[in-house]
Ligand binder design. Structure first.
Ligand code: ADP
Length: 452
């Protein structure tokens, strides 16, 4: 087992990883920017190193400073968390070149899955269903017109290097194509430094269903069931749950999707924890959309229903241990829901709302888990993500989980900054949500009603 791990991240995920390290008897090294000297991860880690100024580009994305801290302190491994350098193949490669273990898949796999058009091509080869679309990237407007003719409208233009829903455009007719193609590729260029886009059929009002997988270094791959992440705003997840309440997800389709997820991971030569994302249509057809090669924000819902600590498993796999369970040992127990709490103002078009937390009460009681790095008196810096907490609940049934989440959100008090807690609370009371019959279009369709 490792002796010392550097955590190349901040916020709740850095705290989450430090906790896993402590429980495994591993020393943790936190890195932080000058804006984060009072951050919780800095206090909780055994050692903390400042790696640069406030801006992410100069600190949490500063590979050189992070790697020199890790080597100077004699770390055996680096955990990248999510976001920042977690899906950066060059970083993974450099960690290994410095003689440390990157807690994740190999650089080659990160590269291949990070190029979404290439990932899709690999899945087609492996026999995993994908959304019908262009054969790889579309390099000119002319080609875009041709592909549109073949697949028909409505369609979706997506950034090949994409993430977080950026560089994505829906197109409903031929007149919209030119503008959508140009804006998607320029947005992709601006966000990811790579303007390549590809096209696929837009599946109307689908469910977003993803499977958590774990793969060791010895060829064993298991999946830990699905998460339903259909409650999204602008392709960004807001609420996640496991299992999915969707009626379209019959036991037979669930079984098939799980097998497809394992097949996808095997085809990619995957190791460590990863997520295979699908969309599911009303008729029960499912399509691979992408594979995330890191721990997900929403990993706790899977932990709550399986009883498996995903971060500890990531560390154990990276240390060369075999997965201690088989597929048949994985059972989903009860129901778990996660709400992402963001420091933002839903009334003002979700403007981020950093600032000082004047008062804070964190909910608790049976079946409630809160993953956060904020505390009373903490000043949320304006430089990073606006997500400040995740409230996760577990219940024997979905209804119990819903009721538990409602009361947890009622207990939650954050003073000094605006949050989306009320909006989450209204969603938890919405009839469509309670019936479980929602799709990725839910928030958009109900937003004005929800905000009242
Ligand atoms: P990103 O990496 O930017 O998050 P994804 O490929 O994961 O991009 O897609 C994000 C979201 O966009 C999905 O959860 C789903 O809601 C929607 N989406 C993606 N592809 C399609 C599609 N072909 N049809 C309909 N919705 C889609």
């Amino acid at each position: 087992m490792f002796r010392r791990i550097l955590i190349a991240n901040r916020g709740e995920i850095a705290v989450r990883i430090i906790r896993a390290c402590k429980e495994l008897g591993i020393e943790s090294v936190a890195v932080y920017s000058t804006a984060d000297s009072a951050a919780l991860h800095v206090h909780l880690a055994d050692i903390a190193v400042c790696i640069g100024p406030a801006s992410g580009a100069e600190s949490y994305l500063n590979m050189q400073n992070i790697l020199s801290a890790a080597t100077r302190l004699g770390c055996d491994a680096v955990h990248p968390g999510y976001g920042f350098l977690s899906e950066n193949a060059e970083f993974a490669r450099l960690v290994e070149q410095c003689g440390m273990v990157f807690i994740g898949p190999t650089a080659e796999v990160i590269e291949q899955m990070g190029d979404k058009a290439a990932a899709k091509a690999l899945m087609i080869q492996a026999g995993v269903p994908v959304v019908p679309g262009s054969d790889g990237v579309v390099t000119s407007l002319e080609e875009a017109r041709q592909v549109a003719e073949e697949i028909g409208y409505p369609l979706l233009i997506k950034a090949s290097a994409g993430g977080g829903g950026r560089g994505m455009r829906r197109v409903f007719s031929g007149e919209e194509l030119e503008n959508a193609y140009l804006t998607a590729s320029s947005e992709a260029q601006a966000c990811f430094g790579d303007g390549s886009v590809y096209m696929e059929k837009l599946i109307l009002e689908p469910k977003h269903i993803e499977f958590q997988i774990l793969a060791d270094n010895y060829g064993k791959v298991v999946h830990l069931g699905e998460r339903d992440c259909s409650i999204q705003r602008r392709n960004q997840k807001m609420i996640e749950e496991s299992p999915s309440p969707s009626k379209a997800l019959t036991p037979a389709i669930r079984e098939k999707m799980g097998q497809a997820a394992v097949l996808a991971a095997k085809a990619a030569g995957y190791r460590n924890a990863g997520t295979v994302e699908f969309i599911l249509d009303h008729a029960g057809n499912f399509y691979f959309i992408e594979m995330n090669t890191r721990v997900q924000v929403e990993h706790p819902v899977t932990e709550m229903v399986t009883g498996i600590d995903l971060v500890k498993e990531q560390i154990r796999i990276a240390a060369g241990q075999e997965l201690p369970f088989e597929q048949r040992d994985i059972r989903l127990n009860g129901h778990a829901i996660e709400c992402r709490i963001n420091a933002e103002c839903p009334e003002e078009n979700f403007r981020p709302c950093p600032g000082r937390i004047e008062g804070l009460f964190i909910p608790g009681g049976p079946g409630v888990r809160v993953d956060t790095a904020v505390y009373q008196g903490y000043e949320i810096p304006p430089y990073y993500d606006s997500m400040v907490a995740k409230v996760i609940v577990h219940g024997d049934t979905r209804l119990e989980a819903i009721r538990r989440m409602r009361r947890a959100l009622e207990e939650f008090i954050v003073e000094g900054v605006d949050t989306n807690t009320d909006l989450q609370y209204y969603i938890l009371h919405n009839e469509e949500f309670v019936r479980g019959q929602f799709t990725t279009a839910f928030v958009e369709k109900n937003l004005s009603e929800l905000k009242q």
